[in-house]
Design a protein around this ligand. Structure first.
Ligand SMILES: NC(=O)c1ccc[n+]([C@@H]2O[C@H](COP(=O)([O-])OP(=O)(O)OC[C@H]3O[C@@H](n4cnc5c(N)ncnc54)[C@H](OP(=O)(O)O)[C@@H]3O)[C@@H](O)[C@H]2O)c1
Length: 347
């Protein structure tokens, strides 16, 4: 059994990790931390976990974290990098859901996250935890920075087109029009997330620049091995879970006869969690709610030169905690799907 610690067990990605790991046949939940709720039984805060999780919250600096095989950080940025070295030195593997180990360029990290990176040496060995792109590196990693929720959808939606050795699309003009449910912002008190503000309402945010842009651009360039330019506009949807990304890419003249459907199907043929739907499908967020699937559908309106790629994922599962469990499975030599076979809730 894999002995597991979770720092930040009271938040949305934390409780999602608990839901998934409590059902995982090889996982043994060992330590779950909270700064404010130490001593409280986890199931008192989350009745959904009654009779499945019998632990109490402990303080985030709990020495017992060092006895775990792996520790997940489901915390705001800055927390994982303050604790990762001590855990790694104790032989514990670390998976961070925040941004501490996603962006290799420390100046870019500082610009977007407003703090110095305190562990630039550790950052160099960190692996970006997107299994469909980085599977081999993840298998060998002891420190993984999981992608953000939007970056997962955008990178997996563009990847088959960019991974081609010769440019197929105008890589200087990629557009991602993305929408997320409110759980993407975490469990914090904020006026814009109040029911009376977010429900029955719809708006864009971060149009001038969003933290997920530098991470996504770096990821897309790593896939393409060429410069790319991305315009990314996020929106807040009046629902709880789910991301819908509508991606636009213009085919270059020499690629106008591209069979994009075949390209995507072949690229993801061995990916257990990426479902390339029949061409022209309209994927719905509820088709992935609670599951680790990401579904993609390709359109080519009027047979023109613009591809429209629709991507849906559950921001808390494939966009965060499910992806974390997928990564953990790879790091510990388990089949990638272990504990992740949940079917989406419908209706
Ligand atoms: N929500 C999503 O869809 C999503 C998707 C991908 C990635 N992420 C990333 O995952 C991380 C967690 O997100 P979330 O949505 O779960 O946030 P959240 O709901 O706000 O939860 C944050 C958790 O971190 C703990 N925490 C806060 N400051 C801490 C500190 N200084 N030391 C130790 N623990 C601390 C909090 O627990 P206590 O207050 O009880 O200590 C809480 O359990 C974030 O970095 C976020 O960007 C989120």
């Amino acid at each position: 059994m894999i002995k597991i610690g979770i720092v930040g067990g009271t938040g949305y990605t934390g409780v999602e990790l608990l839901r998934l790991l409590a059902q995982h046949p090889e996982a043994s939940l060992s330590v779950i931390t909270s700064r404010t709720e130490a001593g409280l039984p986890v199931a008192s805060m989350f009745p959904s976990l009654r009779r499945r999780v019998g632990l109490e919250f402990t303080a985030p600096n709990d020495e017992a974290l060092k006895d775990c095989d792996v520790v997940f950080f489901a915390t705001p940025h800055g927390v994982a990098m303050s604790q990762a070295r001590a855990l790694l030195d104790a032989g514990v593997r670390v998976i961070d859901l925040a941004a501490d180990f996603r962006i290799q360029d420390t100046a870019t990290f500082k610009r977007w996250y407003g703090m110095e990176h305190s562990e630039p040496e550790l950052l160099k060995e960190a692996v970006y935890g997107l299994p469909e792109i980085n599977r081999e590196a993840i298998i060998k990693a002891r420190l993984v920075g999981l992608p953000g929720c939007y970056p997962t959808a955008m990178q997996l939606g563009f990847a088959p087109l960019l991974a081609h050795p010769h440019a197929l699309i105008d890589e200087s003009h990629l557009i991602a029009d993305c929408k997320s449910g409110t759980s993407g912002a975490g469990k914090k008190a904020e006026i814009g997330l109040l029911l009376a503000e977010a429900a029955d309402n719809f708006k864009a945010y971060g149009v001038a620049g969003h933290r997920h842009l530098p991470e996504t651009s770096a990821g897309l360039e790593a896939i393409a091995k060429r410069p790319v330019n991305l315009i990314f506009t996020p929106h807040l949807l009046p629902m709880i879970r789910g991301i819908h990304a509508t991606l636009y890419a213009r085919l270059l003249p020499h690629a106008k006869d591209l069979d994009a459907q075949a390209l995507f199907e072949e690229f993801y043929a061995d990916s257990a969690f990426v479902d390339v739907m029949p061409q022209g499908s309209l994927p719905e967020t509820r088709s992935v709610r609670g599951s680790n699937f990401l579904r993609i559908a390709i359109h080519r309106p009027n047979g023109g030169d613009t591809l429209v790629i629709l991507v849906v994922e559950d921001n808390l599962v494939k966009g965060a905690s499910g992806q974390g469990v997928q990564v953990m499975n790879l790091m510990f030599g388990l089949p990638e799907e272990t504990g992740l076979t949940q079917i989406a809730l419908s209706p």
